[in-house]
Design a protein around this ligand. Sequence first.
Ligand code: ARG
Ligand code: GLU
Length: 719
Amino acid sequence: MKKTIFLLTFSLFSLILHAGEGMWLPVLLQQLNEKEMRAMGMRITADDIYSINHSSLKDAVVLFGGGCTGEIVSGQGLLLTNHHCGYGNIQRHSSLEHDYLTDGFWAQSLAEELPNPGLSVTFLVRMEDVTAVTLKNVTSRMSETQRDSVIVANNKLIVNEAIKGTHYKASVRPFFAGNQYYLLVTETFTDIRLVGAPPSNIGKFGGDTDNWMWPRHTGDFSVFRIYADKNNNPADYSKDNIPYTPKKYLNISLKGVNEGDFTFVYGYPGTTQEYLPAVAVDMVANHKNPIAIGLRQQRLDIIDQAMEQDRLVRIQYSAKAAGIANFWKKMIGESRGIKRLDAIDIKRGFEKDFSQWVAADPNREAAYGNLLPAYNKVYSDFIPKNDAYTYLTEGPLSIEILRYAYSFNKLVQQSSEKTISDSAVNALSKQLLAGVDGYFKNYDKTVDRKIFAAIMNTYCENASPDYMPAIYRELKANYKGDYEKWADEVFNKTLFASAESTKAFLEKYSRKDAKKILKDPAFQLAAATYAYLQQNLSKDIARFYDVTDSLQRIYMKAQTEFRPKKQFYPDANSTLRIAYGQVKGYEPADAIDYNWFATLDGIMQKENPDIYDYVVDPRLKELYRTKNYGPYCDRDGTMHVTFIATNHTTGGNSGSPVLDADGNLVGINFDRCWEGTMSDLMYDPDQCRNISLDIRYCLFVIDKVAGARRLVDEMNLIQ
Ligand code: ARG
Ligand code: GLU
């Protein structure tokens, strides 16, 4: 009896929990979330997670490169992130002779760790609400442009003050669509070395077939190390740099998690748009996504086929294909999720209630009465233009030859600019020459030619002629719709489809040769397309964002007034956030019940030596056969590979630490379940799950598969 009462009150209580939705600000955790987090099982405090007075978990979480998260796991600056986050760098060190992408890479000593020019890692030093200062002298009568310029000037002062006398960087970023502003002070390290990566058949097991899907068996991790100068300060790569000593590193739990356990994800979610009106969601789900999906599908079909047939093409195009496929699949899942959730109708229902609330009060009517009608108008005007933009950017401008040809635009400009000296022009052409081999290392002309023909066909036959650059209409007519012929002529004539012709041209370049670029068919197409974008569409787009930015700011504020009891979290904006939830399975469709974890048994079940994505590493197979799991095995005797939970995550959360109730590392976030990818627009507690690599599988691979025990020995493991 007592137990039922307890269960009853507990379940009532759990109704008011956020059930996983939200990406919360670390500085507001104590105020908004700590109580709930503790009710859900957390045993540490908000102050352990974020503090400026002493080291806290935030000091072990970094922005990795431009768009991922990483975490520090040793006193020598050892860092974990996803395999797909390290991918570009692993690929850059790979060739047919030493193919680290396929075979994996493990540095046996510090000396073997590989530098990665261009890669950086950024720590958040502190963040602070500066809304009042940012908005000083901003009035409601200002135009968006006036408003922006006042804000920019105010923020400059804030930033200068914040970084005075330090090597830190700072920025002020808008939250809640510009209703709040936060100062972010950061520290960036630029000597980041590759320490280890599993072979692709572990790190990318399941490939694009399993991407965004559950059940999942990908060992999606890679290992890097931060290096610093002798004083432990950031420095560019130097032989003399030493491993960075962090303020804080994560302890790693070998205990695993259980269904219902509290977990949280600490990282850098990129973009979400939870507070849009229904029309905006409609534009994404029913216009932008379908156009982009179709065009990406064509590119992928061609690349996939070529990769199947040619090992070199596989190395050249695997990163590109992964990028194209990733967003392609995300968009499919998102549009389906929006439909299934009835998200647009839910938003319309909300807007109906909102409108009634507005109409019930003359002051509100004055402030917000025009909001939704204005949204509807601006979106219906914009949709055809946005379609055209999507067609161009996902279509012609995705073709490599066009993009590459256009990279010579600056050379053309400077060559015809009288104020620019011959030597400056020469220097630029030499610089371009130096980049040629790097570009062609990952280029296959046959693949690109096929893509050209396919994409031009789709674009010219389907995009609206009202918003089509004239050159496409002319060429379509010239070639009478023979896109193969069109492609042949472009690729036969262009300078930019081979390293030899590009180099020969640049080696002898003098400014009068700009004519040749101007006559190049690939350059002409690209230049005409960019010019059209600039002269036509970008004005429309800029105007659209101008209007919707200000509408969104007002609508955001209005929504918080309309629902004063609701706790709002700001949309993701690549700033450090915390999502928390529970380990939990889900039912993706009628009669299917998904378990919350996946094991090595599943890898063996998926094994198929004939399909690249499902080849199982022989060492892994042997360890499976002998059940040689060491301390990394679960209590249930199996090797857990991944698990899912209700944490609200998005792109950018890749590589984020997944922590347990004690703040110990239990997983590395790397994906979301497909049925829940609409959570960027609307979260559904029923279907939205983040996918984490079980940290024990990660350690098992490092220790047992790779034999890189020296790395595990650096870490602090909690039994
Ligand atoms: N879907 C994950 C993310 O958005 C993983 C992507 C990389 N994996 C892949 N198979 N393409 O980044
Ligand atoms: N794989 C994603 C990333 O690169 C995370 C998945 C998601 O979008 O939630 O950030």
